[in-house]
Design a protein around this ligand. Structure first.
Ligand SMILES: *[C@@H]1O[C@H](CO)[C@@H](O)[C@H](O)[C@H]1NC(C)=O
Ligand SMILES: *[C@@H]1O[C@H](CO)[C@@H](O)[C@H](O)[C@H]1NC(C)=O
Ligand SMILES: *[C@@H]1O[C@H](CO)[C@@H](O)[C@H](O)[C@H]1NC(C)=O
Ligand SMILES: *[C@@H]1O[C@H](CO)[C@@H](O)[C@H](O)[C@H]1NC(C)=O
Ligand SMILES: *[C@@H]1O[C@H](CO)[C@@H](O)[C@H](O)[C@H]1NC(C)=O
Ligand SMILES: *[C@@H]1O[C@H](CO)[C@@H](O)[C@H](O)[C@H]1NC(C)=O
Ligand SMILES: *[C@@H]1O[C@H](CO)[C@@H](O)[C@H](O)[C@H]1NC(C)=O
Ligand SMILES: *[C@@H]1O[C@H](CO)[C@@H](O)[C@H](O)[C@H]1NC(C)=O
Ligand SMILES: *[C@@H]1O[C@H](CO)[C@@H](O)[C@H](O)[C@H]1NC(C)=O
Length: 651
């Protein structure tokens, strides 16, 4: 029973759709053509049109082609236009009428005469002009081959053609037509563009706005008036950058369309296949006769919306009607800036004909982000103090025991770590300032500090290996080491930072928070950014760990028979292990979080942030062991022992 009924409704809907199809854009318009047979003398075009929706007649006699009637929405005009003298006694002509725009034109032998100029979208208008038979006596002059919308009405000569229209609500019709076929949604924007009226236009389903953007201006900020009087809701705020004006032009006509209801944009067919849905508002932007892409300064659209639920996130998407005839929301070309739980900014660098909106999608992001952020901050602070203490202690130790080769290396590592930790603490603060170039600089600096830490860790490991494996040979000079430790990363960062656009704002989203995601200035989450990240950080780290393991094996083989080694095996191994830990943990923080479990995440974040502290701990243990051994062995073996410990220290 129920099925019957729904089938009935479906059939009706199909029928209606078929019927409605008859009133597509071209059918709303009126085009009547014919061949006017006139006398050999002078000719003119006479017209007298009025408001209303009754009849219109197109008549012709020896000297005059006349159009009169009341079919216009708002235009009232009457005049006589002289036509240039013709060769021959026949002239082809066409009458165009666009009721939506209130445009009336007559083309006589290839020349257009505008009788009524477009005057904005008409609320009510005269559509579906159809012929009413008026048997008028055929005279010597008249219209041959009269046709309407390309269909020949008859081939004889008629003195007069008469048409009658229906009074319709054009704006409402435009909206329902747009809703019928997805590829017709842009007919609204096209109509607004053609309407020739600057400023706002209201439609039942949308608000249109046509404005002129001048070159050399600061761009335009546009808002839409709130739709509901009782509960005014903030509407989107649009910023149009001046770069929308293409080079070589003084200004550009921009059309903005704002849909407060997304009904025209819902995906058809199949029940919401994906979990994604669109938020209420849709904004369409297009520039007259232009396809715009790769804008240097993006178009910004700020949407205010209801607070999104915890398991969802917002995403700016756009639909390019040129590429996808069916509704297809894509996220390419638009950047999503989540400012508040109830505010999202979309930055898009392309405009063809398209609409931007905010899409809701399920979150898959870092759990417990806020807790992690706080823990990292506290541990980082501990590390900063540890590093400072360590740097002082090492400077003093070096002054005391002159030629200790390892102290400067330790100190450089501590400096690099101090820089890294400080910058890491600062990056969140700087990122929230929303200063683009500052963030790029910050990202580059942070990356530099990380690479410095990596290189100094590598140097540490190598130093230890060198001292144990080739006991007596001296290390390379310090300035060479410094050049490598601080210069190599600088070169890398400057090279890539200046040639590729890799540094910038990076958002890490939380899954347990509806609040703002954690922002940091780092390598951007783009394809080139990821490649760069893997190419430098991850590969560097992998080399470091591999080299560390390889050297450890070599050292173990070399020293396993020495008596000193046997006595200090535990201390030696634990110190080496601690060194490796330094290296491996930092990298993990910069990996994508997705696959890691919560426990690993917390562990990484704590270990990473405490690096400076561990470094100091190691220094203290070594110092203690050195003192103890110095006290225990007064004999000649003490120096060998001392040396062994020194070796361990380097690890
Ligand atoms: C159509 O009808 C409405 C009232 O029903 C009237 O206000 C409007 O002027 C009419 N339009 C035309 C073009 O005749
Ligand atoms: C032709 O028609 C126009 C307007 O309808 C009229 O003013 C004019 O007198 C007519 N001319 C002839 C020769 O009938
Ligand atoms: C127009 O010219 C053709 C020949 O060129 C002639 O046969 C016809 O009668 C003329 N029509 C009028 C109305 O003068
Ligand atoms: C005259 O205007 C109509 C409708 O706007 C257009 O289709 C036609 O191409 C125009 N003709 C010329 C010669 O500009
Ligand atoms: C009235 O017609 C003349 C042409 O004869 C045209 O120049 C003028 O723009 C028209 N007025 C309106 C309001 O369209
Ligand atoms: C038919 O045309 C004549 C003259 O052109 C006119 O007077 C008459 O009103 C028209 N008839 C109808 C039904 O419109
Ligand atoms: C009317 O159309 C027919 C067929 O297209 C053509 O042969 C004839 O010459 C046309 N008449 C005039 C006056 O243009
Ligand atoms: C989000 O969570 C709510 C309950 O907390 C649930 O009803 C809803 O279906 C979830 N939405 C998604 C997209 O998972
Ligand atoms: C990085 O971008 C990809 C797709 O562009 C996205 O799936 C991923 O969640 C992003 N990662 C982060 C941490 O933002």
């Amino acid at each position: 029973m129920k099925q019957e009924k729904s089938r009935e409704i479906l059939r009706l809907a199909v029928l209606l759709a078929l019927l409605r199809h008859g009133v597509s854009e071209t059918d709303r318009d009126f085009r009547m053509c014919g061949t006017w047979e006139h006398g050999w003398g002078s000719r003119n075009l006479w017209f007298d049109v009025k408001k209303g929706c009754e009849t219109v007649s197109v008549a012709a006699n020896a000297s005059t082609l006349s159009i009169s009637g009341s079919i216009m929405g708002s235009c009232e005009n009457s005049s006589s236009i002289p036509l240039d003298s013709a060769q021959g006694n026949t002239t082809h002509f066409c009458v165009f009428f666009d009721p939506l725009l209130d445009l009336l034109q007559v083309e006589v032998r290839g020349q257009n005469h505008t009788l009524c100029r477009p005057a904005g979208l008409q609320e009510s208008c005269c559509t579906g002009l159809s012929r009413i038979d008026n048997k008028s006596a055929s005279e010597k002059y008249g219209i041959w081959n009269g046709s309407i919308r390309g269909d020949l009405m008859n081939m004889d000569r008629h003195k007069i053609y008469m048409f009658r229209g229906e009074n319709n609500s054009c704006k409402a019709d435009l909206c329902s037509e747009a809703g019928e076929k997805p590829e017709q949604v842009d007919s609204i924007e096209k109509a607004v563009m053609r309407s020739g009226k600057m400023g706002k236009t209201d439609l039942p389903c949308a608000q249109g706005s046509v404005m002129e953007l001048k070159k050399g201006s600061h761009g335009l900020d546009v808002t839409f008036p709130p739709t509901k009087r009782e509960h005014p809701k903030p509407t989107p705020l649009v910023h149009l950058p001046p770069s929308l004006v293409s080079s070589g032009k003084r200004s550009a006509k921009v059309v903005l369309t704002y849909f407060s209801e997304p009904t025209l944009f819902q995906k058809r067919g199949g029940e919401e296949r994906r979990k994604e849905r669109v938020l209420k508002e849709v904004v369409g932007i297009s520039v007259e006769n232009e396809v715009i892409s790769g804008l240097p300064e993006p178009v910004r659209i700020t949407f205010h919306h209801d607070t999104v639920s915890k398991n969802e996130t917002t995403q700016c998407v756009s639909w390019d009607t040129r590429k996808d005839p069916e509704v297809e929301w894509r996220k390419e070309g638009c950047e999503t800036i989540r400012k508040f739980p109830s505010e999202t900014e979309c930055r898009c660098d392309h405009l063809t004909y398209f609409a931007i909106l905010v899409q809701l999608k399920p979150r898959v992001k870092v759990p417990h982000l806020v807790a992690l952020t706080y823990i990292s901050a506290v541990c980082c602070a501990v590390s900063v103090f540890s590093c400072i203490i360590l740097i002082f202690a090492l400077t003093r130790a070096q002054r005391r025991s002159g030629q200790d080769q390892s102290s400067p290396i330790h100190r450089s590592l501590a400096v690099a770590l101090l820089l890294l930790t400080l910058l890491f603490l600062l990056t969140g603060v700087l990122a929230s300032l929303e200063n683009h170039s500052l963030c790029i600089a910050m990202g580059a600096l942070l990356h530099y500090a990380l690479l410095c830490s990596f290189t100094w860790m590598a140097i540490e490991v190598f130093n230890a290996f060198w001292l144990i494996y080739r006991v007596l040979k001296p290390l390379p000079k310090h300035y060479a080491l410094n050049l490598m430790g601080f210069g190599l990363p600088a070169g890398l960062v400057i090279l890539f930072g200046s040639t590729c656009d890799v540094y910038g704002l990076r958002e890490i989203e939380s899954s347990d928070e509806t609040t703002i995601p954690h922002k940091m200035c780092w390598i951007k989450n783009t394809t080139s950014g990821s490649l760069f990240h893997y190419g430098t950080n991850i590969s560097f780290l992998a080399c470091l760990v591999c080299a560390g393991v390889a050297m450890l094996c070599l050292v173990l083989r070399k020293v396993q028979n020495r008596t000193e080694w046997k006595q200090n095996r535990v201390a030696f191994l634990s110190l080496w292990g601690l060194s490796c830990l330094f290296g491996s943990t930092w990298g993990l923080a910069f990996l994508d979080f997705g696959a890691l479990s919560v426990a690993v995440l917390f562990l990484c974040s704590i270990l990473n942030s405490l690096q400076g502290f561990f470094l100091m701990l190691r220094f203290c243990i070594l110092e203690m062991m050195r003192r103890k051994s110095a006290v225990a062995d007064g004999s000649s073996s003490a120096s060998t022992r001392q040396h062994m410990l020194q070796e361990q220290e380097k690890s």
